[in-house]
Design a protein around this ligand. Structure first.
Ligand SMILES: [Zn+2]
Length: 388
């Protein structure tokens, strides 16, 4: 048996690209000039990811302003902000190192994506010789565009959520149509929803259940065959080598998260203090039959926030241990998060984004090798695995 392995999506943008984004924001270079540099970063990302031996690759999200804001603006600074949005929305996360990231604010309807993930994929897939995956943002994250308590004049919350679900569905379908073999939905706000951060008003409001329901409104529009290739990514955040919710007990999140009828889950785990505890939760709460699809648990075996490269042996050991709790036929491996979900990220613990890129490819290579080792070791144990 072969254990599947897949990355989350992003890679650090080279410093030359981050500088070009700043030049574009300042009006010193044109969008076409920026695109040329983005194209080159995507080509380099795909070529180097393929060279790691990874069976499925991404373009490192080198064109995206961030994993969450790509539908809304050209850059993280807000250049090219979509219609009916203002820059001063709520925090979606405040990180433990003190920095924060902010969403735009909806000012009217209708809500439409300006850019779909497929728009970027179409430009990147020509560089790939292996299958590509595409990450998209969860509707639950974008639901935070609507003011928390106030009503947007002439556009009710229900109308907004209706439009949002249509756009999120379209984002996934277009990615498949553009050639993505798999599409994973970034759901970093799930774990954060279990935290009560007094500085971030939307947390601490028990929004997790409503997030799950909203995401299922979109996921349930797909057939079981389609949902086999639709995943969910959970993590405690990963930006500037910092997190936003790693103190939240996974027991608060996972029983709810697996209610989403997705076919696979990319779960941060390498940086957990007690991995076996989380493997057990995954084994217990993931479902053999989620409305017609078996849920595969891709456990995190690589920590993108830590410059120390994991060995293939470490990766293999994690998977063999996880197989004590998760049926081998529903086990996979992944990285804990994207390597740089936001376009502007100097990767402080790594020294520079260029060093962090080199390290990222070494880490991916370890994941690929270690997963192959575990596949070999676990060969024939599928029937003997003990779920739950
Ligand atoms: Zn993540």
């Amino acid at each position: 048996m072969t254990i599947p392995t897949e990355n989350v999506g992003s890679l650090p943008r080279p410093m030359s690209l981050q500088n070009a984004i700043a030049e574009y924001d300042a009006g010193n270079i044109t969008q076409d000039e920026l695109r040329t540099i983005q194209d080159e970063a995507c080509r380099d990302s795909i070529t180097r990811m393929e060279a790691t031996g990874a069976p499925i690759v991404s373009d490192g999200e080198q064109r995206a302003s961030s994993f969450a804001t790509y539908p809304l603006a050209d850059t993280l600074a807000g250049t090219g902000l979509a219609d009916n949005l203002a820059g001063d929305g709520q925090y979606f996360a405040i990180f433990t190192d003190g920095h924060h990231r902010q969403l735009p604010r909806l000012t009217g309807g209708p809500f439409r994506y300006k850019t779909y993930a497929a728009d970027y994929l179409k430009d990147s897939i020509k560089y790939a010789t292996k299958p590509m995956k595409q990450a998209v943002i969860a509707p639950s994250m974008l639901s935070l565009l609507y003011p928390l308590d106030d009503e947007v004049e002439g556009y009710t919350r229900d109308q907004f959520l209706h439009d949002l679900c249509d756009e999120a569905e379209k984002d996934i379908r277009l990615a498949f149509e553009a050639g993505a073999k798999r599409v994973s939905i970034d759901f970093t706000e799930g774990r954060l929803a279990c935290k009560n951060d007094p500085n971030n008003p939307w947390t601490g409001r028990n929004m997790l259940e409503s997030f799950i329901e909203l995401n299922n409104r979109v996921i349930d529009r797909f057939t079981p065959e389609e949902r086999t290739n639709i995943g969910i990514h959970t993590c405690p955040g990963g930006d500037c080598d910092s997190t936003h919710s790693d103190e939240v007990d996974y027991a608060e999140l996972l029983p709810h998260m697996f209610k989403m009828n997705a076919g696979y889950f990319l779960i941060q785990l390498a940086s957990e203090k007690d991995k076996e505890y989380v493997y057990e939760l995954c084994g217990k709460h993931s479902r053999e039959d989620a409305n017609g699809v078996a849920q595969v648990c891709f456990i995190g075996v690589i920590d993108p926030l830590n410059p120390v490269v994991e060995t293939p042996e470490q990766v293999c050991n994690d998977l063999v241990t996880a197989a004590k709790y998760i049926p081998v036929e529903r086990l996979g491996s992944t990285d804990d998060c994207g390597f740089s979900p936001f376009s502007i990220d100097v990767k402080p613990k790594h020294g520079s984004p260029d060093v962090a890129r080199d390290i990222a490819f070494k880490k991916i290579e370890s994941r690929v090798k270690g997963t192959a080792m575990a596949s070999e070791q676990l060969r024939g144990t599928a029937a003997a695995s003990t779920a739950g």
